[in-house]
Design a protein around this ligand. Structure first.
Ligand SMILES: Nc1nc2c(ncn2[C@@H]2O[C@H](COP(=O)(O)OP(=O)(O)OP(=O)(O)O)[C@@H](O)[C@H]2O)c(=O)[nH]1
Ligand SMILES: [Mg+2]
Length: 440
């Protein structure tokens, strides 16, 4: 997603942050680079021009505020303006009782409903799903399968009457916290779809109408969001398939001007591939400033225990902790995604290296699984004899087991050196990275 924009922008920012002294002329050249990058990401030319003009006015033509260097000032203005372009303040979901999902054919409505269901279940909200697509024969079954996989009830109307389906579905799930309605798509927003969506809106009276827009739609997203908005009053947009295009800037910036806020972004086909959209974080990541907050939240979600973090910081951690951390890291997602959220880390380590590290972690995990609890808690107990047994038990070589022990020892040493609780959050991220043998 956004790889080239991210690479380009973070390159410009790195130049800005790490170069020698900066003068206004250089800043202007940078702005032209930024403009070019935005156009490549399919951002509307007028919007890109406006952005550059705004930055120039605020950063170059105005005096630098006291206490700031030109460099810091420019960085802050670039950041603020990009955030404004890509949606401004994040907006959560207002109501949660009835969500109606709308969008054209194949825009990702049904897939997104699965992701939303998972998102809400994690928050302790029990949803029910109602099938409202009786045009495409397999559509209700698709929703049923999805519900089955997540243990979420699905209402399918036998009579195939979409309006009865809406009423009966609401009755059936009246006691649930949340009902999500999966409406039918069409090739275009023709009068047939318009009528249906409008009538369904009147029956359901949803708290949220979420419009699914595929990222590769680009600038056209604006017209589509506006049309749907006129019909049913779109309360939020979900940009889907962000993972599949380098040109998602068009859809994101275009919808942000319609007043319909982007609330989530879809990053893949699986139920976990949904992110709450927060323009500030998004821009931080684009600029390579990292996204500590998202990462910390993810870490919280999977409950990296405080004691285990303390142990790491104090250099007291054992192989048992190491294994726990590997498992926690695995739950966070692919290393490349995790790395892109750590300040100063994005783009520093190549995909290949990360893949290699992931392979190693898997290997280490298998080896540690073959150890006894005592061995994991007191790694110094692992003697040559035990190494032999562990290698046999895990189907790895003795050299592999030694490699793990060496890695563990040098990690422990490094962490002891890092020590201290100052800068704990940043430290914590560094520790996580260090465990993967990455230096930065
Ligand atoms: N890569 C990727 N694929 C996605 C994403 N969201 C949906 N898809 C895929 O897009 C295709 C269409 O998704 P659906 O959820 O069936 O779309 P829909 O809007 O319900 O389609 P209709 O019901 O036919 O109108 C499926 O193959 C999905 O797996 C995403 O965020 N990333
Ligand atoms: Mg569908």
């Amino acid at each position: 997603m956004f790889d080239s924009l991210h690479k380009g922008l973070s390159g410009v920012i790195r130049k800005l942050v790490s170069g020698g002294s900066v003068d206004k002329k250089e800043v202007e050249a940078m702005l032209q680079d930024i403009r070019k990058l935005l156009l490549q990401a399919d951002v509307d030319a007028k919007m890109a021009d406006q952005l550059v003009a705004n930055i120039k006015k605020k950063a170059v033509d105005s005096p630098v505020p006291a206490g700031m260097t030109l460099r810091e000032h420019v960085l802050k203005v670039i950041y603020d303006e990009l955030v404004a372009l890509l949606g401004g303040k994040p907006s959560g979901l207002a109501g949660r009782k009835r969500i109606m999902m709308v969008g054209l054919f194949g825009s990702g409505k049904t897939t997104t409903i699965g992701k939303l269901a998972k998102h809400f279940i994690k928050q302790g909200v029990r949803p029910g799903l109602v099938a409202l697509d009786y045009h495409r024969p397999a559509a209700p079954q698709q929703l049923e399968q999805l519900g089955k996989a997540m243990n979420v009830p699905v209402y399918v109307e036998e009579s195939k009457d979409v309006y009865r389906a809406a009423k009966n579905g609401m009755e059936k799930f009246a006691k649930l916290d949340l009902i999500i309605f999966d409406t039918a798509g069409r090739n275009a927003l023709d009068s047939e779809l318009a009528d249906e969506v409008k009538r369904l809106g009147e029956i359901i009276r949803p708290d949220e109408v979420l419009l699914a827009i595929p990222a590769d739609l680009g600038k056209v997203a604006k017209a589509q969001a506006e049309e749907f908005h006129r019909l049913v009053g779109v309360t939020g947009v979900i940009i889907t398939k962000m993972d599949g295009t380098a040109k998602a800037g068009g859809a994101l910036s275009a919808t942000s001007v319609t007043g319909a806020k982007v609330k989530f972004i879809g990053m893949g086909e699986k139920p976990d591939d949904l992110e709450v959209y927060d323009p500030t974080r998004f821009v931080s990541r684009l600029l390579g400033l990292g996204d500590l907050q998202t990462l910390l939240e993810k870490a919280k979600e999977i409950e990296i225990k405080k004691e285990s973090v303390d142990k790491i910081v104090e250099g007291k951690f054992t192989l048992a902790d190491f294994m726990e951390q590997i498992e926690a890291m695995e739950k966070m997602g692919p290393m490349s995604q995790v790395m892109s959220m750590i300040p100063g880390m994005s783009g520093r380590v190549s995909e290949d290296v990360l893949k290699q590290q992931e392979g190693k972690m898997k290997k280490y995990k298998h080896i540690m699984q073959s150890m006894t609890k005592d061995e994991r808690n007191f790694p110094d107990l692992v003697t040559a004899n035990r190494i032999k047994r562990i290698a046999k038990g895990s189907g790895r070589t003795e050299a592999d087991v030694r490699e793990l022990l060496n890695q563990y020892n040098s990690m422990r040493k490094m962490m002891r050196q890092l020590g201290g609780k100052a800068g704990m959050q940043r430290g914590q991220m560094k520790q996580l990275a260090k465990q993967f043998g990455l230096s930065f």
